[in-house]
Ligand binder design. Sequence first.
Ligand SMILES: *[C@@H]1O[C@H](CO)[C@@H](O)[C@H](O)[C@H]1NC(C)=O
Ligand SMILES: *[C@@H]1O[C@H](CO)[C@@H](O)[C@H](O)[C@H]1NC(C)=O
Length: 346
Amino acid sequence: MGGYVPYSRITAILFRMVLKVWAYSGLVLVFCFLLYYMYGGIFAILLLFFAVTGILYQVQDSLLYYPELPSHSRVYVPIPPTFNLPYENVITRSADGVQIHIQKIDNENVPTIVFFHGNAGNMGHRLQNCVGLYHNLHCNILLVEYRGYGLSEGSPSEEGLYLDAKTAIDYLYTRSDINHSEIIVFGRSLGGAVAIDVAVREEYANKIWCLVVENTFTSIPDMAKLLLGWRMLQYFPLIFYKNKFLSNHKVKQLRVPTLFISGMADGLVPPRMMSELHNRCNSIRKQLLQIPSGTHNETWQIQGYYHSLAVFLQSCRLKNIRQEYDIKVGSEKVQGDSLWNNVQTI
Ligand SMILES: *[C@@H]1O[C@H](CO)[C@@H](O)[C@H](O)[C@H]1NC(C)=O
Ligand SMILES: *[C@@H]1O[C@H](CO)[C@@H](O)[C@H](O)[C@H]1NC(C)=O
């Protein structure tokens, strides 16, 4: 009898323990289940997030670059003789080996405009504009077709476009028939961002006489916010943007004389972006030219456009910017010191 009670007590204790452990294991199981449920869900969400952002990251290129538009842009590039312009076809290689197609429209012993076009079509679609530049400004024009556009090889990317811009300027420096002291870098829309990038690079800033940008944006993240209208986008870190083109940061380092041409009727890039770029630009020789009826693609067709460009180039020619002087452009006289750091309209 003496031994029986402890046995039953032990059994009871053991039984309680098993019950407890079992209860705990139930809890553990519930915990495991919750863990799996929650973390499984989190993993699923993470995977989904990676997949979605991955896809979004990859499609960004096709949202930004339109080398196939209008159709046949990759096979047919209009040539300058169509517009009675003398030219040379140039095939060169970018630093990473990509073959780049350039058209050089020749004049003699005059400034050279390096022309960086927008995100659609090819350089041949800008020839009418080149006719105006050629006859009004009496300059050489170097039309650059970015990688993945027209007859250039490869596919477009932000770094690639920057490389191609440098390639174009390097090419000009291999030519002895070009006045290296008068290289004007011009960029419209996306080309403006390319032009700004090359103009702030120290080794190229010294090779450039002046910079002209037209209807270009502050940055791609800014354009994405504007075009998509998602408030959420402002919390997206930059790393999510495959193409950034952060002109708004770069203009602060600009030192070359710069003209910002802003079509006030631009329906794609808001004119306020051009004002912002002009405001942020740290070059002491800068000017904002606002053209009231200028649209995104056709600002160059407005009367007075080429004249304003000519005035700007004339003012760049004058070295001592603090001095008072009169500049003659055609029959008009312009006060020299009033040319910088201001806003003008046509
Ligand atoms: C500008 O021109 C390009 C190609 O020529 C075209 O795809 C685009 O839609 C035009 N943009 C505007 C705002 O007119
Ligand atoms: C090249 O441009 C510079 C600066 O405008 C000028 O002084 C020089 O005379 C030009 N050279 C030639 C060969 O025309």
